[in-house]
Ligand binder design. Structure first.
Ligand SMILES: [Zn+2]
Length: 457
């Protein structure tokens, strides 16, 4: 989806946070058709705004799909006219059929959300202007230009201020000369920012480390598209001595959290509200929980308590950077779709698995699949020194995480491929889990009776 890479700019319009939360909610409940069934849950305009939000359902992707995009447009605008005039476009997010959402794309709001997010990291605030040269290393299935042979010349992979380095959907098809092309193009293009899918950039970094070549050092690296593994970050840190920042958002919600220069994640309060639904104490709560996002002032879409499908871990202490506005997370813990469970049924996040495996320095990449309630298959891409004792170490790490009843198999593999969406899924259960069951029941959102989807998050 290329729309976010257009180069237009728009100014931020910050206001008082709670007033904006109230304005977004009142507009949705009073005037936006998709939220009609939510009115019964509103505790009323006399209640505290956080209480009002807490009593409401969550908006899932299934419900976004069940209504037409027009049902989410605030009053006074027409989908047909917006499309006709070119002010908006309809774009579909990548993903599996169930995840696909038709989005009304309004570029000025997206750009404003992005600009505001950069203030949350000192390095980004210093180097980004909104029109800086940016190289993008992503899967062309997600963004950019695709070629079966990976032979598109550089000028065919340019768009506005962007250069897309990769045109191959299959990273296993990267040859040494293909990696050299990416390195050479970075030298020529001299991007100010390199926006990267972390597993792909890790792959390029491993090539650099293996061959002793040199990589152009952009002033800032921004990780997005995927959960950034600590193992991948280790490869990046070995090649780049420039700041690395993780940016977290979704096509639906814009930029939601940015990793600051001290490694904490700060909420983009000028553009969104975040509701945190804690897990039960015996499931990792209350500091671990689900994130629901409400967007502010998008004239083309009212989005309230949207279930972005990700988990966060609250940071209890104030961050050393001094930013205090909104929610601060110690970490994005991964997607609910990447949760696994212990044989006793307790949830384990992708970040927990990743923290454990990242302590083994010989692992270059990995893929963990939970095949049933107590069986776990780990496939590892190891460096040249990876041997049976490294494999045993990995087994031990997983036993510590999943417990003594876990049946764990570890095998070495030459390489790992991304999923059909173009993104790598490092951790996944191969059977359905019910994340709502892990939530503290006091925070479990109600489900409207005439809900389009008939189910909560
Ligand atoms: Zn901070």
């Amino acid at each position: 989806m290329d729309k976010k890479y257009n180069a237009a700019k728009a100014g931020a319009n910050p206001g008082k946070y709670l007033e904006r939360c109230a304005a977004a909610l009142d507009q949705a409940l009073d005037e936006v058709p998709a939220y009609r069934s939510w009115r019964q849950f509103d505790r009323g305009k006399g209640a505290h705004i956080d209480e009002r939000y807490a009593g409401l359902p969550a908006l899932t992707k299934r419900e976004l799909n069940a209504f037409s995009p027009a049902a989410f447009i605030p009053p006074g605008r027409s989908l047909e006219e917006g499309l006709k005039s070119g002010e908006i476009e309809l774009v579909e997010t990548s993903g599996t059929t169930e995840d696909k959402v038709a989005n009304i794309w309004y570029q000025p709001w997206w750009n404003a959300s992005e600009l505001a997010s950069w203030a949350l990291n000192a390095h980004a605030a210093r180097v980004t202007t909104g029109d800086q040269r940016e190289a993008i290393l992503a899967n062309p299935l997600n963004v950019g230009f695709r070629s079966e042979l990976g032979d598109l010349p550089m000028e065919k992979r340019r768009l506005a201020r962007f250069l897309f380095l990769n045109d191959l959907a299959d990273p296993l098809a990267w040859t040494d000369s293909y990696c050299d092309r990416m390195l050479k193009e970075m030298d020529l293009f001299m991007p100010v920012t390199l926006e990267a899918n972390p597993s792909l950039l890790s792959r390029l970094c491993r090539y650099v480390l293996r061959t002793g070549k040199r990589a152009y050092q952009p002033p800032l690296i921004v990780l997005t598209y995927e959960f950034p593994s600590l193992i991948h970050r280790r490869h990046l840190a070995a090649v780049f001595d420039t700041p690395i920042m993780s940016s977290y958002g979704t096509t639906e919600s814009g930029y939601v959290f940015i990793e600051c220069e001290h490694g904490r994640f700060h909420q983009n309060v000028d553009y969104c509200r975040v509701d945190f639904l804690p897990f039960r104490d015996d499931c990792g709560g209350p500091s671990l929980g689900k994130l629901l996002v409400t967007t502010f002032d998008n004239p083309w879409r009212s989005l309230i308590r949207f279930d972005v499908g990700d988990l966060g871990r609250l940071e209890p202490k104030p961050c050393s950077c001094g930013r205090k506005a909104g929610m601060t997370l110690a970490l994005i813990e991964g997607r609910t779709a990447n949760l696994t469970i212990t044989p006793e049924g307790r949830p384990v996040t992708q970040a927990q698995v990743d923290r454990g495996l990242s302590t083994i320095s010989r692992i270059d990449d990995y893929e963990l699949r939970q095949t049933d309630e107590s069986s776990y298959q780990l496939r590892i891409v190891g460096d040249t020194g990876f041997d049976s004792s490294s494999a045993e170490q990995a087994r031990e790490v997983l036993r510590e995480i999943f417990g003594s009843n876990a049946r764990i198999s570890v095998e070495k593999t030459r390489d790992l491929a991304p999923g059909p969406s173009g993104k790598f899924q490092l951790v996944k259960a191969l059977f359905p889990l019910n994340p709502a069951s892990f939530l503290d029941p006091r925070f479990r959102p109600p489900v409207p009776e005439d809900s389009a989807a008939g189910g909560g998050p």
